[in-house]
Design a binder for this molecule. Structure first.
Ligand code: FES
Ligand code: FES
Length: 168
């Protein structure tokens, strides 16, 4: 079946079974590999993309359910205001460790900042709770989201995850 997808502002016509998860279409058909496969069952957040600015788990979203909604992936989130601020903060705080989870983390954080410009710790924890990081960069993620929210960028050396007590 043929679907016309709006991905990062470009139209892509794909001919594929309607129950194919969007993640497969993005990576294997369109060829954008920044969005990652982790669990495949909506449990880790590695595959997070935006549909009309809202975060979704693309590993469990059938391509037939996308419709005309605009898909934004990690390749273009930096063109949005919240995405640009989140990426700058990620660099300033030096969030990334192995990196595998990070495109999903950034997509969830950018969506949070878009709908809530001044998130509390509880807001951040709620918004980011579905994004798993095996390197436990959670403390730096929270710090980066706060920097992005305030616009007060402070370049830091990597915050020790163990010293900070892992996930807060
Ligand atoms: S790969 Fe989609 S939530 Fe884990
Ligand atoms: S940075 Fe390694 S899994 Fe998150």
């Amino acid at each position: 079946m043929s679907f016309t997808l709006n991905v990062n502002g470009h139209q892509h016509v794909v001919d594929i079974a309607g129950d194919t998860p969007l993640l497969w279409v993005i990576r294997d058909v369109i060829g954008m590999t920044g969005t990652k496969f982790g669990c495949g069952i909506a449990q880790c957040g590695a595959c997070t993309v935006h549909l009309d600015g809202e975060p979704v788990r693309s590993c469990v979203l059938p391509v037939s359910a996308v419709g005309k909604r605009a898909i934004t992936t990690i390749e273009a989130v930096g063109e949005t205001d919240s995405g640009k601020r989140i990426q700058a903060a990620w660099l300033a705080v030096d969030v990334v460790q192995c990196g595998y989870c990070q495109s999903g983390q950034i997509m969830s954080a950018a969506a949070l900042l878009r709908r809530n410009p001044a998130p509390t710790d509880a807001d951040i924890d709620a918004a980011m709770s579905g994004n798993i990081c095996r390197c436990a960069t959670y403390v730096r993620i929270r710090a980066a989201i706060k920097q992005a929210a305030t616009g007060n960028m402070v370049v830091t050396q990597a915050i020790s995850v163990s010293a900070a007590g892992g996930r807060k």
